[in-house]
Design a protein. Sequence first.
Length: 285
Amino acid sequence: MNSQQTIFRLTISCADRPGLVAAASGALFKTGANILEAQHFADQLGGMFFMRLEFQSDLSLPALEASLEGLRADGMTVNLRCAGDPQRLLLLVSKFDHCLVDLLYRARIGELDANIVGIISNHDREALQTWIPEHVPFFHLPVTPATKAQQEARIKQVATETSADLIVLARYMQILSDDLSAFLEGRCINIHHSFLPGFKGAKPYHQAYARGVKMIGATAHYVTSDLDEGPIIRQEVERVTHADSPEDMVRKGRDVERRVLAGAVRAHLEQRVIVDGHRTIVFGD
């Protein structure tokens, strides 16, 4: 197989029935594609089938799309992307910038197949105390209760003008309105500084300390109009002890938040996540 061929990623979801793996692989075989990776899951309880395929082909994206019309006609939801086409990321952040810095670094070294097309913050550059690459546009959009609607309208405008494929709330500490949540649904990931469900409100690590917890964590999920209840993509935990101060928990929390958010963003970019109602199917790498 020619190593210069393009790599594509294909996801499929539909009602489960016999012959689905054969149908998908057969459709690709007819185009001369070489399958590099294949994973599938049949949900016995929900009656749904999910599949992710990574393959090489010398055909163009439009030609491959046309070759998969038979699968769509057979009731399958099909999504196809070229793996070599970086997606466009728009990052939102408030004062806590550890997740922002981590994503900028991972994108710079090529760990994330993405281009950062903008950073939005309700604080100015000086408050972030973070080096931001000169080629990345920075949008300072302060917000008050009286200006929230106008500020969110500007966020939607920036997302549209930058053609953002994915919006990441990298510790953006503002509650989104139902209108903005609906606008971003399916293409916005948030990092929550708790292992959901967990301590809500301000200073979650201080609440955890007061309760004497032995484990803290972080949760990355898709944004919906239900606050912090969107489909969960990734979660991790970090053990703590009675000897850990609130500051120790904050430090450990920063580390787990970075890992969880980066893992969720990478899984989304590589089409390893399929949303199934309130759940997600996440195929591992």
